[in-house]
Design a protein around this ligand. Structure first.
Ligand code: AVJ
Length: 325
């Protein structure tokens, strides 16, 4: 009896891997970026097993305010957010990772189905497995796909009224133009009656921003420098960590934090089939993290076709959670 019951409860957990990583394409992408002026490496390469752990450590730093500020907003306004977002929907979690942020909202949102989307389905297996045991009444689907290029979901994601959840201000990695395109795709995926619940980091004094991305413990420096290990592993490059320094600066004209890896001396990066010379102090641009005003992000949502928007923020106005439909 107990066994049969358990089997029935775990029957609603499925996994779908949509894209599988093509290592030749990744090598081409990395070489192309290194040969650019300036040299670039996409921030998506920050998140291997070690990089994901370093990012988790960043979220614990006193200087890195976004994660805990967003959590405080969700905690303070959970009933209002749930009332506006609607209960009993299909909750689609973009960049779900360990699924913890969405799980905290299960109580108030009471989703019928939870669709966790991340780049690797393997990363989702463990988190969804234990989550399903805690919430046997929620149908769960893990989807492995790189949604940063194009957002498309498999039929397993199911229908129903969809609430797309995109927390953490990951939208900041897109340029505003890319962000608008992405939000249009979210609107399409959400369908008629769909809604978006999204966390957005706001503009604030430069010193606060720069400390959040260049912490004294140097965890963010390690997170950034880890890209060199990725270059070596994926491209067969010969980068030496000790030859580079971490740079984080707020570009006010573009309203974005930029991360760079700066060569401490003139050097050449070599890999099978390619080479890139860097002068002393020349930089590899590794990440943009755009910061919005409330009005600026509302405009972006409208431009993407969302008619109705609401938002919640913290006392300092450092971070905002938007609901758009
Ligand atoms: C995961 C993209 C939201 O931009 O704040 C943290 C990544 N980079 N510290 C951010 C990041 C350096 C983070 N996002």
């Amino acid at each position: 009896m107990l066994l049969a019951h358990t089997a029935a409860m775990t029957a609603s957990l499925r996994f779908v891997q949509m894209h599988s990583e093509d290592s030749a394409a990744l090598r081409r992408e990395l070489a192309h970026g290194l040969l650019g002026r300036p040299a670039t490496v996409s921030p998506k390469f920050l998140y291997d097993a070690l990089g994901s752990k370093l990012f988790d450590a960043i979220t614990e730093l006193p200087e890195y305010y976004p994660t805990r500020t967003e959590r405080a907003i969700f905690d303070a306004h959970a009933p209002a957010i749930a009332a506006a977002a609607g209960r009993g929907r299909t909750l689609i979690d973009l960049g779900a990772g360990n699924c913890a942020k969405a799980a905290r909202l299960f109580g108030v949102l009471a989703p019928l189905r939870y669709v966790a989307v991340d780049i690797s389905v393997d990363y989702l297996r463990q988190a969804l497995g234990s989550l399903q045991r805690q919430h046997p009444g929620i149908e769960m689907v893990g989807v492995g796909t790189d949604f940063s290029a194009t957002l498309a979901l498999p039929p397993e994601a199911g229908g129903g009224e969809r609430l797309v959840f995109y927390p953490g201000s990951s939208i900041g990695n897109f340029t505003p133009q890319e962000a608008q395109r992405f939000l249009q795709q979210v609107r399409t995926v959400g369908g008629a009656g769909g809604a978006l619940l999204i966390g957005v980091d706001l503009v604030k004094p430069k010193a606060v921003l720069e400390l959040a991305y260049d912490d004294p413990l140097q965890v963010t420096a390690a997170f950034n420098l880890n890209l060199l290990r990725r270059l070596n592993a994926l491209l067969g490059c010969d980068a030496r960590i000790e030859d580079f320094g971490h740079v984080a600066l707020f570009n006010e004209a573009e309203s974005r934090i930029e991360m760079h890896l700066k060569a401490r001396r003139a050097l050449s990066l070599r890999w099978p089939g390619g080479e890139r010379h860097l002068a002393a102090d020349e930089r590899i641009h590794t990440e943009n993290s755009y910061k919005y005003s409330v009005g600026g992000f509302e405009q972006l949502l409208r431009d993407a076709g969302f008619a109705r928007t609401t938002h919640w923020t913290d006392e300092r106005g450092w971070f905002a959670v938007f609901l758009a439909s």
